[in-house]
Design a protein around this ligand. Structure first.
Ligand code: ADP
Length: 499
């Protein structure tokens, strides 16, 4: 096993990786930007190295600074987390060239799966069903139109180098194709420096179902079941669960086997995710993410495996010590992404200093967070503050637990998307598992959250806390540090989350 791991990331995922490493006796090095000097991942790691100013391009994306930090601290492996440099083949190569271990697949695998048409070609060869459409980029709008007419409208134009929903255009009819083609090309060129676009059939009401895979360098690949990630806003996942409420055991087996074939076809090493669109009992390969996913905890809860620790073991050359038959899925897990986005304000990013957090506790509740009281949330990075993950023996039990845990969760100081999650849980179709990637379009009322929707609950909690504060104030003061009541600045000024 490694002696020292550098985590080339920040926020909740850096904290998650540090925890996994520490449990394995691996020392950790955090890296950070100037504004993150006191961030939780920095405080938790054994050592920390400043990379540069706040913008990612001057800090978390600086390959040269990251390698220098690894050299300075004597780290022998680098974990990229997700986002940032995690799916950049040149980074994986640079890490290896520096004589360090990259915790993830080979640069060749990252590159092959990062190109959507290349990935589709490889998957087709491996016998994995792909979304109907063309396999090579379309050379012209005419070629795209001919392909679209052959497969029937609506179609989806997609950037070969795509990611984050960029360079994607739905086209409903032939007349709209050539404009959409030019627009997708321009957007892809601007975002990825590569304007190649191809054509896929646009599925009307699919679910997003993905399979977690794990491979080692000895040729073993297993799958760890699926995650349903259909609750999305603008192609961004908000809620994920395992297992999917609708997959039959046979469908699970077929999808799992397809995912293992997909991973084996690129000699996959480490933890990866094969994403599918699922509709009416059929499933189609969408893409493979060659890294740890945000939503990995739901799989951990239903399998009992620690995916980050397995990433480290596999990267260190260890073999998987269990077979596919030994993978047991038990119970039901649901994750809510808690972001600093204001659902009462069109999910606009919110900024501010985190107040005294109230985190849910008790049976079946897990909080993977990247914030602490006093931490200032700005606009430089991803708005993910943490993930609330619950586990129960079945889906109804998990839903009840999620409601209870969301009621306990209070993040003062900024607006968060907690009211959205609470509202979503009220929706009968969600409760019944009738999901599709168009769920929020079909249930727009879930997004209509008024600023005061949570006011009753907030006021109730505030009243209890104020009463408690008053009670403590009337008892003789104890010296600081002995558990006495210390009014923090935001408390003295009132309840920011009640404004
Ligand atoms: P990106 O890499 O830009 O995130 P993906 O190919 O992973 O793009 O697709 C992102 C999301 O877009 C999917 O989760 C799904 O909601 C939607 N989507 C992608 N392809 C299709 C399709 N052929 N039909 C319908 N929806 C699609």
């Amino acid at each position: 096993m490694f002696k020292k791991l550098l985590i080339a990331n920040r926020g909740e995922i850096a904290v998650r990786i540090i925890r996994a490493a520490r449990e394995m006796g691996v020392r950790t090095v955090a890296v950070h930007s100037e504004v993150d000097a006191l961030a939780p991942h920095v405080l938790l790691a054994d050592e920390a190295v400043l990379l540069g100013p706040a913008p990612s391009s001057e800090s978390y994306l600086r390959i040269d600074r990251l390698l220098e930090a690894a050299r300075e601290t004597g780290a022998d492996a680098v974990h990229p987390g997700y986002g940032f440099l995690s799916e950049r083949a040149p980074f994986a190569r640079a890490v290896e060239d520096a004589g360090l271990v990259f915790v993830g697949p080979t640069p060749e695998t990252i590159q092959a799966m990062g190109d959507k048409t290349e990935a589709r070609r490889r998957m087709k060869e491996a016998g994995v069903p792909i979304v109907p459409g063309i396999v090579d980029p379309a050379a012209s709008a005419e070629e795209a139109r001919a392909a679209a007419e052959a497969m029937g409208f609506p179609v989806l134009l997609k950037a070969t180098a795509g990611g984050g929903g960029k360079g994607m255009r739905v086209v409903e009819e032939p007349a709209a194709l050539s404009r959409a083609f030019d627009a997708a090309r321009r957007e892809a060129e601007a975002a990825f420096g590569d304007g190649s676009v191809y054509v896929e059939k646009y599925l009307q009401r699919p679910r997003h179902v993905e399979i977690q895979v794990l491979g080692d360098v000895h040729g073993n690949v297993v799958h760890l079941g699926e995650r349903e990630c259909s609750i999305q806003r603008r192609h961004q996942k908000l809620v994920e669960e395992a297992p999917s409420p609708v997959l039959t055991p046979d469908e699970r087996r077929a999808m799992g086997e397809a995912a293992v074939r997909a991973a084996a076809a690129v000699e996959y090493r480490g933890a990866g995710t094969v994403e599918f669109l699922y509709q009416d009992g059929e499933f189609f390969f969408l893409e493979m993410n060659t890294r740890l996913q945000v939503e990995h905890p739901v799989t951990e809860l239903v399998t009992g495996l620690d995916l980050v620790q397995w990433q480290l073991r596999v990267a260190a050359g260890e073999a998987l010590d269990f077979s596919q038959e030994q993978v047991r899925l038990q119970g039901h897990a649901i994750e809510c992404r808690i972001t600093s986005e204001d659902p009462a304000n069109g999910f606009l990013p919110s900024t501010g200093v985190i107040g005294e957090l109230r985190l849910p506790q008790g049976p079946g509740v897990r909080w993977d967070g990247g914030i602490e009281p006093g931490y200032e949330v700005g606009l430089h990075y991803d708005p993910l503050l943490g993930k609330l993950v619950v586990y129960g023996p079945d889906r109804p039990a998990a839903l009840a637990r999620l409601r209870r845990a969301l009621d306990e969760l209070v993040i003062p100081g900024i607006e968060t998307c907690i009211p959205f999650h609470r509202r979503l849980l009220d929706e009968t179709d969600f409760q019944e598992g009738d999901l599709s990637i168009r769920f929020l379009e079909e249930h727009p009322q879930v997004l209509e959250i008024r600023a005061d929707a949570d006011a009753t609950r907030t006021a109730a909690i505030a009243a209890v806390l104020l009463e408690e504060e008053a009670r403590r104030a009337s008892t003789p003061a104890r010296p600081a540090g002995s558990g006495g009541s210390q009014m923090s600045p935001w408390r003295a000024q009132g309840w920011p989350w009640n404004e």
